[in-house]
Design a protein around this ligand. Structure first.
Ligand SMILES: [Zn+2]
Length: 125
């Protein structure tokens, strides 16, 4: 059975995900570049963006909340985007993923462990 992952903006608490995607806006030099939809499953890295837009491997992307437009870069880990996952109403996990295009690393921070996903998880946490 498909397990759904729900993600929320840590700044405004809007839901970022529907059943199939987690949506963000990508800004470049403070200007809107494209919207991007990521696979909600940790460890899966396919994405969709507007067809006219090319994302380059190694490019550091600025992920912003589509609702409040805040930059979702982690304060603690500057190469990462920080969003919240809520498995239930009462539980919030922080999810960190590498904002560099092509760098596949995701961390799910639960109360007592860190789950690592991806081909290049770094030992920074
Ligand atoms: Zn927001």
């Amino acid at each position: 059975m498909f397990k759904s992952y729900k993600y929320f903006c840590p700044k405004c608490d809007e839901q970022l995900s529907d059943h199939n995607h987690v949506s963000f806006h990508i800004l470049e030099d403070g200007k809107f570049k494209t919207s991007i939809k990521l696979n909600p499953k940790p460890g899966e890295y396919d994405y969709l963006c507007e067809s006219s837009v090319q994302l380059n491997m190694g490019e550091r992307l600025n992920f912003h909340c589509p609702a409040c437009n805040e930059n979702l870069q982690s304060d603690q880990f500057l190469d990462f985007v920080s969003i919240n996952m809520k498995p239930t109403e009462q539980i919030v996990f922080e999810v960190l993923f590498d904002r560099t295009c092509g760098q596949h690393a995701t961390y799910v921070m639960t109360e007592d462990m860190v789950e690592k996903h991806g081909s290049h998880p770094k030992d920074l946490i």
